[in-house]
Design a protein around this ligand. Structure first.
Ligand code: SF4
Length: 313
């Protein structure tokens, strides 16, 4: 029997299920091309919140699909590959150690980056993304120290930008943490006039040379701005963003920043587990499907709603 190609199966299933497909910018190009919405963590959380589709197919990683479920407890949330985790979310383990850290600082509010599991969200005062971290932290009084988890590089960056005292958890993203200063400097020497655009999850040695530091969306906007002062950009984040850059500003040169010698590329090993075939299969089988305990979801929703409210203002 001949099986139809995944593209045709996904299109037919979308119609019959009344499904919406949300995809992160770190997905393969073909997945970005079939998505109803492409975005960063903040945009996808906002879209998940307002979607009226009964089935959400989340092409990203587990904490993102879990966030969509927390915001939409009555909807079916599918993800193409249940093994698509995240090193930052995993760095909150072991749970007893994280909970002990929070207890040791029980007088401080906890701001958690959205890249964390539901149980961390449930412990948090408010959630943030890289798009709104400065705004969220600045919503606390200037003299208020704040616990910040789980990314230590983002914590250092936000503390510097806001002038707040942040107490960081010691997590990192495996993609951004492996950019290496001497290889970035070499790329800048080889491309005179290029701008280095870096995500704040990168180590300080990378950010020190960046012409622009911003969220995934911020980096895309900067590289594609009509009034950019150069047409060559070195991109120190997951290179999936280059697909959107080429669509918005096709004539420019986008160079993925080189990681350290131990890696050949800076693709996220978790995000890239998703494929077109797995999307079609998960829609056919209606699994893997994300479930979150009702009480846990209720507690995790409050800090997420606070973030969405702060982002609206
Ligand atoms: S790029 Fe980093 S933070 Fe994003 S999903 Fe992959 S491991 Fe997690």
């Amino acid at each position: 029997m001949q099986v139809a190609d995944p593209l045709a199966r996904i299109a037919a299933l979308k119609r019959s299920l009344g499904a919406v497909i949300l995809a992160h910018y770190y997905q393969d190009d073909d997945i970005q091309d079939i998505a109803d919405v492409i975005g960063d963590s903040l945009k996808l959380a906002q879209e998940a919140r307002k979607s009226d589709a009964s089935v959400i197919v989340f092409c990203g990683v587990h904490f993102m699909a879990e966030t969509a479920k927390i915001l939409n407890p009555g909807k079916t949330v599918l993800m193409p590959d249940s093994a698509a985790g995240c090193s930052l979310a995993d760095s909150c383990e072991p749970r007893w150690a994280f909970e002990a850290w929070v207890r040791r600082h029980e007088s401080l509010p906890l701001v958690s980056y959205i890249n964390c599991p539901a149980w961390v969200k449930a412990l948090s005062t408010v959630i943030c993304t890289s798009s709104n971290a400065e705004k969220v932290v600045s919503s606390f009084p200037r003299d208020q120290a704040v616990l910040f988890a789980p990314d230590r590089h983002l914590s250092r960056f936000v503390a510097e930008r806001t002038g707040r005292r942040l107490v960081p958890w010691d997590g990192v993203c495996v993609v951004h943490d492996i950019f290496e200063e001497k290889r970035i400097l070499q790329a800048l020497r080889e491309n005179p006039g290029a701008e280095l655009l870096a995500h704040p999850e990168c180590p300080v040695g990378i950010l020190a040379h960046a012409h622009f530091i911003g969220s995934t969306t911020g980096i895309i906007d900067r590289a594609t701005a009509p009034d950019a002062r150069t047409n060559t950009f070195i991109i120190a984040t997951e290179p999936g963003v280059i697909h959107e850059m080429k669509k918005r500003a096709p004539g420019r040169v986008y160079i993925p920043a080189p990681p350290n010698q131990t890696c050949a590329c800076s693709y996220c090993p978790y995000m890239r587990l998703n494929t077109m075939e797995k999307i079609a299969e998960c829609m056919e089988r209606m699994e893997p499907r994300i479930d979150v305990d009702i009480e846990l979801a209720r507690r995790a929703r409050l800090p997420l709603e606070r973030m969405l409210e702060i982002s609206r203002n």
